[in-house]
Design a protein around this ligand. Structure first.
Ligand SMILES: C[S@@+](CC[C@H](N)C(=O)[O-])C[C@H]1O[C@@H](n2cnc3c(N)ncnc32)[C@H](O)[C@@H]1O
Length: 268
């Protein structure tokens, strides 16, 4: 763990607002319905059982570092177990993603960084649970061929493959083509290539599709100084009104009726 990250996590726990002191009805509702621990959803158990199976799977697959993990293209073999332990969002964060997608009535969503499909499954489940209500489109992009193939088989096991399109390719080359098919973007989850310029570039590419009720979610905003600078720049963008810093992820809203305000909350 780097010193920047440690310093920021320490500060976060001092600076984060206690929910009882929140005066914004929008943030209070968001906290109550998405961030606070909710009653158990039976379907989460299936995903978590799959996560456990992956953690016990020592099969080696080809893995190429294409994001911020490396400045060079490094090809190596990694076990499914190691990829799961190091890349998949923890249950608590994945649950928050699920409830945001579900309660925000997200129909058009994008995830950058599928990995083995754990967070994708939580998002796909939210789309499944409201699929009768509207058209849905969830796309998840991943640059590692063998990893996305395994994600596809994981989603089939969970019977969630019908609710998500997996696209293999580098975000830098495929994101533009993917969003051409989106009339709007209700939710974007950026969970790969944690570099300042790349993060800002993805934000700017997707921004024209954001509307009043969209939410963009950035992972690992304190992973490095560069990521924190990207987060600060996103927070100060004129189209962004409300942000919620949960330390592990940052939520960005564009609601015109809100005064510009940045919140820091604790995930318990
Ligand atoms: C942290 S993992 C995603 C974890 C996943 N969202 C989950 O919680 O289960 C990030 C993934 O993004 C992929 N990635 C990083 N940079 C990329 C790029 N520029 N284009 C495509 N994929 C990329 C990596 O291969 C890795 O699998």
């Amino acid at each position: 763990m780097n010193t920047h990250y440690l310093k920021k996590i320490f500060l976060h726990y001092f600076q984060a607002t206690f929910i009882d002191l929140l005066h914004s009805p929008f943030i209070f509702k968001l906290y109550q319905t998405c961030i606070k621990k909710q009653k158990c959803n039976e379907a989460f158990a299936e995903i978590e059982k799959l996560r456990q199976d992956l953690i016990n799977d020592y099969t080696q697959i080809q893995f190429t570092e294409i994001g911020a993990g490396s400045n060079f293209v490094v090809k190596k073999k990694l076990s499914i177990a190691s990829i799961t332990k190091h890349h998949a969002k923890p249950k608590r964060i994945a649950e928050i993603l699920h409830y945001i997608a579900k309660n925000n009535q997200c129909s058009y969503s994008i995830e950058l960084g599928t990995s083995l499909g754990i967070s994708t499954a939580y998002l796909a489940l939210a789309h499944k649970e409201r699929s009768l209500l509207s058209d849905i489109l969830l796309t998840s992009i991943e640059g590692n061929k063998s990893v996305i193939e395994k994600a596809q088989s994981n989603l089939i096991k969970l019977q969630l493959d019908g609710y998500v399109n997996l696209v293999e390719g580098n975000f830098d080359s495929v994101l533009e083509d993917v969003i051409k098919y989106y009339p709007q973007l209700d939710l974007a989850f950026i969970d790969g290539n944690h570099k300042k310029d790349a993060t800002l570039n993805y934000f700017k590419k997707m921004l024209p599709l954001a509307h009043n009720n969209s939410v963009f979610i950035f992972d690992d905003i304190y992973w490095s100084k560069g990521m924190t600078e990207a987060w600060e720049e996103i927070k100060s963008h004129p189209k962004v009104t409300v942000t919620v810093d949960l330390f592990f992820i940052g939520l960005v809203f564009f609601r015109k009726e809100q005064v510009k305000q940045d919140f820091k909350l604790r995930v318990k």
